[in-house]
Design a protein around this ligand. Sequence first.
Ligand code: ZN
Length: 332
Amino acid sequence: MLVALGETNEIVNLLEIKKSDLAELSKQYLRCPACKSQVRLKNGAVKMPHFAHISLQVCQHFSENESFQHLTLKKRLYQWFKQTERVVVEQFLPDLQQTPDLLINNQIAIEIQCSHLTTQRLRERTDNYRVHGYTVLWLMGKDLWLGESLSTLKKNLLYFSQNAGFYYWELDLKYEKIRLKYLIHEELTGKLQYLTREFDFGSENLLQILRTPFDKTSAKLAIKIQQNIPKFIARQLYYQNPKWLKIQEKYYRNGRNLLTIANFPITIAPVGLKMLTCQFEALSSDDFCQITADLTSYYHHFLNYKNNKMVYPPAFYAKIESEKGAKNGKKT
Ligand SMILES: [Zn+2]
């Protein structure tokens, strides 16, 4: 943790303390802003200076074992935000009993997520922010970068906009970049295809960067050649992949065999669309806890347009549909 209560109940923010003042600070009686128990200044050689609870009893509101990556990213983003916004580091919010890494303009909670957490915990924390009127943005450290396929946790860290489709934020401390992965689509095989935009730390207004998924764009994603799908499925069944065994079972029950299907209607689609059946779960889906938008029309429009070479943002399909609607309207 980077903040503590000083002797006169003032908030001590380590990101604003000069190195030369640390020795003096360490002599003070310092407490945790949330649980009020005593904390100690740790000023070791490896991690940057931080506070730690003295009692071994775990505090619910501040995470004790933040990595070098987490602390450093928090510092870098704090300094970056500070150029243009009102930013508070680790502000304990009593109503929520939560402490966002950074709170921007008393409205946007920034969570820098560097390690795994359970989907249930993620959902609880996300919903808690939402019901109290905060927007929460999860920015992912190295261990949670998007990679080649989606885990349940990553699905729940996806965001959605009309201009970027499904998107995901990554922080890269080594190369000092924030990365936006967008127009995220899943192949029938589970492999991901998407576009990437990178921004150097400190380059532009950070809040503006975080709004790019809402900017109008002519972006489109040319689909890379995919592997031989029937061969892929045959291999999954041979190695008894439970997911594909289950699908095959369903086919058998309907008197069909997955292995004899030569042509699949679609082989790449927005996340959440079941390609074999062209079905999707509307609204109540438990997979996307960051997304409140109704994805139904996006899926419908995507299926109507069906193009196996190029995919576009949801706004593109919506425009095509509304133009079609206008033409049909004129005819009648
Ligand atoms: Zn505490």
